[in-house]
Design a protein around this ligand. Sequence first.
Ligand code: FEO
Length: 166
Amino acid sequence: MLKKSVEDLLNRQIEREGYSSILYLSMASWAETRGYAGVAEWLYAQAEEEKMHMLKIIRYINKKSGKAIIPSFDRPPAEFEGLKIMFDQVLEHEQYITGSINEIVAETEKEKDYSTNNWLQWFVSEQVEEESSVQAIIDKLDLVGDHNLYMFDRDIMSMRTEKGGE
Ligand code: FEO
Protein backbone atom coordinates (compact mmCIF):
# COMPACT_ATOMS: atom_id res chain seq x y z
CA MET A 1 0.00 0.00 0.00
CA LEU A 2 1.36 3.39 -0.96
CA LYS A 3 1.50 6.32 1.43
CA LYS A 4 -0.68 9.16 0.21
CA SER A 5 2.24 11.58 -0.18
CA VAL A 6 4.22 9.06 -2.29
CA GLU A 7 1.17 8.25 -4.40
CA ASP A 8 0.51 11.96 -5.00
CA LEU A 9 4.10 12.55 -6.12
CA LEU A 10 3.99 9.51 -8.42
CA ASN A 11 0.76 10.85 -9.92
CA ARG A 12 2.45 14.20 -10.41
CA GLN A 13 5.25 12.36 -12.22
CA ILE A 14 2.74 10.75 -14.61
CA GLU A 15 1.91 14.25 -15.81
CA ARG A 16 5.58 15.23 -16.08
CA GLU A 17 6.60 12.15 -18.07
CA GLY A 18 3.54 12.52 -20.31
CA TYR A 19 4.34 16.17 -20.90
CA SER A 20 7.94 15.19 -21.74
CA SER A 21 6.55 12.83 -24.36
CA ILE A 22 4.39 15.44 -26.07
CA LEU A 23 7.12 18.08 -25.77
CA TYR A 24 9.50 15.78 -27.66
CA LEU A 25 6.76 14.93 -30.17
CA SER A 26 6.32 18.62 -30.84
CA MET A 27 10.08 19.06 -31.24
CA ALA A 28 10.18 16.02 -33.55
CA SER A 29 7.43 17.43 -35.71
CA TRP A 30 9.17 20.81 -35.88
CA ALA A 31 12.47 19.15 -36.85
CA GLU A 32 10.79 16.95 -39.46
CA THR A 33 9.15 19.90 -41.20
CA ARG A 34 12.53 21.60 -41.39
CA GLY A 35 14.19 18.66 -43.06
CA TYR A 36 16.09 17.36 -40.04
CA ALA A 37 15.05 13.76 -40.54
CA GLY A 38 17.65 12.31 -38.16
CA VAL A 39 16.87 14.72 -35.35
CA ALA A 40 13.16 14.02 -35.82
CA GLU A 41 13.85 10.29 -35.60
CA TRP A 42 15.80 10.78 -32.37
CA LEU A 43 13.02 12.86 -30.84
CA TYR A 44 10.23 10.51 -31.94
CA ALA A 45 12.12 7.67 -30.25
CA GLN A 46 12.61 9.80 -27.15
CA ALA A 47 8.90 10.67 -27.07
CA GLU A 48 8.13 6.95 -27.15
CA GLU A 49 10.47 6.32 -24.22
CA GLU A 50 8.80 9.04 -22.18
CA LYS A 51 5.45 7.45 -22.86
CA MET A 52 6.90 4.18 -21.53
CA HIS A 53 8.08 5.99 -18.40
CA MET A 54 4.59 7.37 -17.86
CA LEU A 55 3.08 3.92 -18.36
CA LYS A 56 5.54 2.36 -15.97
CA ILE A 57 4.43 4.74 -13.22
CA ILE A 58 0.72 4.29 -13.96
CA ARG A 59 1.06 0.52 -13.66
CA TYR A 60 3.19 0.69 -10.54
CA ILE A 61 0.70 2.88 -8.67
CA ASN A 62 -2.16 0.55 -9.57
CA LYS A 63 -0.16 -2.56 -8.72
CA LYS A 64 0.47 -1.13 -5.27
CA SER A 65 -3.29 -0.66 -4.77
CA GLY A 66 -3.17 3.07 -5.40
CA LYS A 67 -5.04 4.90 -8.14
CA ALA A 68 -3.21 6.31 -11.13
CA ILE A 69 -4.87 9.45 -12.44
CA ILE A 70 -4.54 10.24 -16.13
CA PRO A 71 -4.10 14.02 -16.36
CA SER A 72 -4.54 16.54 -19.14
CA PHE A 73 -1.37 18.08 -20.51
CA ASP A 74 -0.33 21.62 -21.29
CA ARG A 75 0.17 22.34 -24.97
CA PRO A 76 3.90 22.23 -25.73
CA PRO A 77 5.57 24.98 -27.77
CA ALA A 78 5.26 24.43 -31.53
CA GLU A 79 8.16 26.60 -32.66
CA PHE A 80 11.82 26.38 -31.74
CA GLU A 81 14.55 28.83 -32.61
CA GLY A 82 17.09 26.31 -33.81
CA LEU A 83 18.67 22.94 -33.10
CA LYS A 84 21.15 24.13 -30.49
CA ILE A 85 18.58 26.12 -28.52
CA MET A 86 16.14 23.22 -28.77
CA PHE A 87 18.61 20.68 -27.36
CA ASP A 88 19.52 23.14 -24.60
CA GLN A 89 15.81 23.10 -23.76
CA VAL A 90 15.80 19.28 -23.79
CA LEU A 91 18.70 19.22 -21.32
CA GLU A 92 17.05 21.80 -19.09
CA HIS A 93 13.84 19.78 -19.15
CA GLU A 94 15.65 16.55 -18.26
CA GLN A 95 17.40 18.29 -15.36
CA TYR A 96 13.99 19.37 -14.14
CA ILE A 97 12.74 15.76 -14.44
CA THR A 98 15.78 14.51 -12.51
CA GLY A 99 14.95 16.96 -9.71
CA SER A 100 11.38 15.76 -9.75
CA ILE A 101 12.41 12.07 -9.48
CA ASN A 102 14.78 12.98 -6.64
CA GLU A 103 11.90 14.56 -4.74
CA ILE A 104 9.96 11.29 -4.92
CA VAL A 105 13.02 9.33 -3.79
CA ALA A 106 13.39 11.69 -0.83
CA GLU A 107 9.73 11.23 0.07
CA THR A 108 10.04 7.42 0.00
CA GLU A 109 12.97 7.72 2.41
CA LYS A 110 10.97 9.96 4.70
CA GLU A 111 8.06 7.50 4.63
CA LYS A 112 10.34 4.44 4.89
CA ASP A 113 8.82 3.08 1.66
CA TYR A 114 11.87 1.06 0.66
CA SER A 115 10.19 -0.96 -2.08
CA THR A 116 9.15 2.18 -4.00
CA ASN A 117 12.58 3.62 -3.27
CA ASN A 118 14.16 0.53 -4.81
CA TRP A 119 11.78 0.63 -7.78
CA LEU A 120 12.65 4.31 -8.40
CA GLN A 121 16.35 3.51 -8.79
CA TRP A 122 15.65 2.54 -12.40
CA PHE A 123 14.48 6.12 -13.03
CA VAL A 124 17.50 7.53 -11.21
CA SER A 125 19.85 5.63 -13.55
CA GLU A 126 17.72 6.47 -16.56
CA GLN A 127 18.05 10.19 -15.80
CA VAL A 128 21.85 9.92 -15.62
CA GLU A 129 21.76 8.20 -19.00
CA GLU A 130 19.41 10.77 -20.58
CA GLU A 131 21.20 13.84 -19.30
CA SER A 132 24.52 12.49 -20.52
CA SER A 133 23.24 11.56 -23.97
CA VAL A 134 21.67 15.01 -24.45
CA GLN A 135 24.88 16.65 -23.22
CA ALA A 136 26.83 14.63 -25.80
CA ILE A 137 24.51 15.93 -28.53
CA ILE A 138 24.99 19.52 -27.36
CA ASP A 139 28.79 19.04 -27.32
CA LYS A 140 28.63 17.69 -30.85
CA LEU A 141 26.50 20.62 -31.99
CA ASP A 142 29.01 23.04 -30.44
CA LEU A 143 31.74 21.26 -32.34
CA VAL A 144 30.10 21.30 -35.76
CA GLY A 145 28.63 24.80 -35.43
CA ASP A 146 26.10 25.87 -38.06
CA HIS A 147 28.12 24.55 -40.97
CA ASN A 148 27.82 20.82 -40.75
CA LEU A 149 24.26 20.30 -39.66
CA TYR A 150 23.66 17.92 -42.55
CA MET A 151 26.23 15.47 -41.17
CA PHE A 152 25.07 16.04 -37.61
CA ASP A 153 21.52 15.20 -38.67
CA ARG A 154 22.73 12.12 -40.53
CA ASP A 155 24.74 10.84 -37.54
CA ILE A 156 22.55 11.68 -34.55
CA MET A 157 20.80 8.30 -34.40
CA SER A 158 24.15 6.55 -34.03
CA MET A 159 24.64 8.52 -30.79
CA ARG A 160 21.57 6.89 -29.32
CA THR A 161 22.22 4.23 -26.74
CA GLU A 162 19.81 1.36 -27.17
CA LYS A 163 17.67 0.79 -24.15
CA GLY A 164 14.21 -0.48 -23.52
CA GLY A 165 11.51 1.14 -21.48
CA GLU A 166 11.51 -1.62 -18.90
FE1 FEO B 1 11.38 10.19 -18.45
FE2 FEO B 1 13.38 11.91 -19.83
O1 FEO B 1 12.50 11.57 -18.28
